[in-house]
Write a protein that binds this ligand. Structure first.
Ligand code: NOJ
Ligand code: CA
Length: 701
């Protein structure tokens, strides 16, 4: 709690037990709560516009009286809270957490059970959760379903991905709510998917836009010891209802009082930029749980990754699918296939490249034994996370890296064998400590064993957090792929420096992402926390590097640079191979220069699915970086530089799409120009279809 300042007082007032209205600090957002015929019910307004029509709240229990109706309101308490806190890393140096709180205490007379609803009303939305105080008649219970409603006030436009308990790796579909059902099959078949639960089921964070210009976002905050929430749409009445991820036997959550659900969040603004600038989700999470955070550091890294993902090489050392257990496998007797980038000589090349160009770390995937069966077909053969392949000199490479001021980044693919990972975790983290690793990329590809849990169920959610808090004991930072999508937990556990949990750059190689993809992700996936999107691909024609590739990088090169600014993350990879960067060293300069931690961020223009323009000020410096990412429609802008200090002179280096650039057939056409600018300057800029621009601005006085 070292960096935590409380700057305003807390005041509580007990109100009479009737329908209650609470307003956000500046009065823009108002929340009404009442117990209507025994059913807890809320509505949400933004000014004079309806955001959420009367919507019911409640939980259905397994073999027990439901917590859905028969309630009476015992009391309501209203209070205000105002603090400004400093994240360990983030988009801004200071974050203000200012809300009006309503605590509604309910009682179900027929059972004598108590349930509270806590609402926090912000100027840009609301968070609310269910709380179950310690009580004699509700000790432990099993949730069959949560029935939290979000009744929409119209047939809004939505940016959505299909509901799925195991993956978020989808392209977004933009459609009216009424069109979700008709478009669901297409949205699913564009991905090798696992579990769809409903023809109108979608995932959060869900971004919406109303016909009268309101931007609404539904998500959750502080997902701890509970299942991830999806939304199921009643498309006759336009009512979304929560739909929790089940466990292997169909139950949705196991609770023991005192207990609480995660916060359900509804963000709202008439300005799309506020959706991106909002800190509502972070604010609803608890303050940092660690005393010492000095070991948590943003990271810019390179790695052998794209050689496998993009160029078709292998994580494994040999082709053989062993029929024996890991501990009896003799690699010296198996034949290497020679397509294994995680070898000592190649990794040295990456270390040299990282050292020469100022990168902090080199990620090496495929360094450890076990990849011969990593899709887990037999699940008989799993990783131990400590045994290197014969061609990977663990000790020598770490020493070599250290001698060059670089670190290796650890990789733990669990292959869905999570119990196995937990068994080996302590040793795996010890090994990292021994050799000097301080960051691990983990992964959860494949179906979960032993019980067929889902990736987004309570059991796995507890595991992901366990991996993070255990890592903290070893001063290790975690970047988990295929884990549940983030919900702001990085405020409490800032060593969770990244997640994938969406369709990342890897799909550019597998199939291609929609050019609009990175204009949607900041509105959706990034609401809960940073994404390891792995940008920086300079060779877009995947057939050139891998004849078997079915993908194409649907972006111009200039836009790949912009992603380091528009896709906020304290962990950024320069994902392409060194040979690609050597061809375009002048453009690569931006990736070398760009910061990964910020004192300030200004969202200058934004529209989901169309464009995002953001300017950020580097942490502790006077340098600014601007990024623009555009959809297939491109984007024209006249960019005011009024965020610069008045009276100062700066040099702007502008990396832009060439006039004839196009993400499909001319993606590598870019221009680099410099200009002397000041706070009064305005830059006329044009992003090509699927393009963008990136600008670095440094003071010259
Ligand atoms: C999927 C991850 O998203 C990717 O980055 C990783 O290389 C593979 N799994 C192997 O772990
Ligand atoms: Ca993935």
């Amino acid at each position: 709690m070292n960096k935590f300042h409380l700057i305003a007082a807390f005041a509580a007032v007990a109100l009479s037990a009737s329908a209650t209205e609470v307003k956000s600090p500046d009065g823009t957002v108002s929340l009404d709560f009442e117990v209507k015929d025994g059913v807890p019910t809320y509505t949400l307004d933004y000014g004079d516009k309806v955001v959420i029509k009367p919507s019911a709240l409640g939980l259905e229990l397994v073999n027990d009286t439901d917590l859905m109706d028969g309630f009476e309101l015992v009391s309501t308490k209203e209070s205000t809270f105002d603090e400004t806190w400093q994240p360990v890393w983030g988009e801004t140096r200071d974050i203000r957490n200012h809300y009006t709180e309503l605590l509604a205490e309910l009682r179900q007379p027929a059972t004598g059970r108590l349930m509270n609803l806590r609402f926090r009303v912000y100027d840009d939305g609301v968070g609310f959760r269910y709380e179950f105080p310690t009580q004699p008649n509700l000790v432990y219970f099993v949730v069959a379903e949560e029935h939290t409603q979000f009744a929409m006030n119209g047939d809004h436009i939505a940016w959505w991905i299909a509901g799925d308990y195991d993956t978020q790796e989808y392209d977004y579909t933009e459609s009216r709510l009424s069109e979700i059902r008709g478009k669901m099959q297409g949205a699913i078949s564009s991905n090798a998917s696992q579990t769809q639960f409903s023809p109108t089921g979608v995932q959060t964070s869900l971004q919406l836009k109303t016909d009268d210009g309101l931007y609404i976002n539904i998500h959750e905050a502080a997902l701890v010891d509970y299942s991830c929430m999806h939304l199921n749409l009643d498309d006759k009445n336009m009512v979304f209802e929560s739909w929790l991820t089940p466990d292997a036997v169909g139950n949705k959550a196991y609770m023991q009082a005192p207990a609480k659900t995660p916060w359900r969040t509804v963000m709202v603004s008439d300005d799309a930029r506020q959706m991106l600038a909002s800190n509502l989700i972070l604010n609803l999470n608890d303050p940092c749980a660690y005393e010492d955070t000095s070991w948590i550091k943003p990271v810019k890294y390179v790695g052998v990754w794209w050689e496998m993902i993009g160029h078709g090489k292998q994580w494994s050392y040999t082709y053989d699918l062993p029929s024996v257990k890991l501990d009896s496998l003799d690699y010296s007797k198996t034949k290497p296939h020679g397509q294994h980038p995680a070898n000592t000589e190649n990794v040295k090349r990456y270390i040299d490249f990282a050292a020469e160009h100022g990168f902090d770390q080199v990620l090496v995937e495929g360094w450890n034994v076990g990849w011969e069966d990593w899709f887990g077909h037999s699940k008989d053969y799993v990783f131990d996370f400590v045994t290197p392949y014969p061609d990977f000199d663990l000790d020598g490479l770490n020493k070599y890296a250290a001698s060059k001021g670089v670190k290796l980044m650890m990789h733990h693919e669990t292959s869905g064998s999570v119990r196995n990972y937990e068994r080996h975790m302590e040793e795996a983290y010890n090994l990292m400590n021994k050799y000097g690793y301080n960051a691990v990329k983990s992964g959860y590809v494949g179906n979960m064993i032993p019980r067929g849990e889902h990736h987004y169920g309570q059991w796995l959610n507890n595991h992901y957090l366990y991996a993070v808090t255990e890592a903290a004991k070893h001063k290790i930072m975690v970047n988990a792929h295929e884990a549940v999508r983030p919900t702001g937990l990085c405020r409490t556990y800032p060593n969770l420096i990244g997640n994938e949990s969406a369709r990342g750059t890897e799909y550019e190689s597998f199939a291609g992402n929609k050019p609009s993809h990175t204009t949607v992700l900041p509105f959706t996936r990034l609401q809960g926390g940073p994404m390891d999107y792995t940008p920086g691909i300079f060779e877009m024609d995947m057939k050139k590097v891998n004849p078997n590739s079915a993908g194409h990088v649907n972006s111009t090169l200039a836009r790949q640079l912009a992603l380091y600014v528009t896709m906020y993350s304290p962990l950024q990879m320069a994902a392409d191979v060194p040979e690609s960067y050597e061809r375009f060293m002048d453009a690569f300069q931006f990736i070398k220069d760009v910061a990964v931690d910020w004192d300030d961020s200004r969202y200058i223009e934004a529209e989901p699915g169309r464009y995002i323009v953001v300017a950020r000020k580097a942490k502790g410096k006077d340098d600014w970086f601007v990024g623009c990412t555009a959809s297939e429609h491109g984007h024209d802008t006249v960019l005011p530089l009024d965020f610069l200090d008045k009276g100062r002179k700066y040099k702007a280096t502008i990396y832009a799409d060439a006039p004839d650039a196009h993400y499909l057939d001319n993606p590598q056409a870019y221009t680099i120009s410099t200009k002397t600018v000041n706070a009064k300057s305005r830059l006329k800029l044009k992003a090509a279809p699927g393009g963008g621009f990136a600008i670095s601005i440094t003071p010259v006085d």
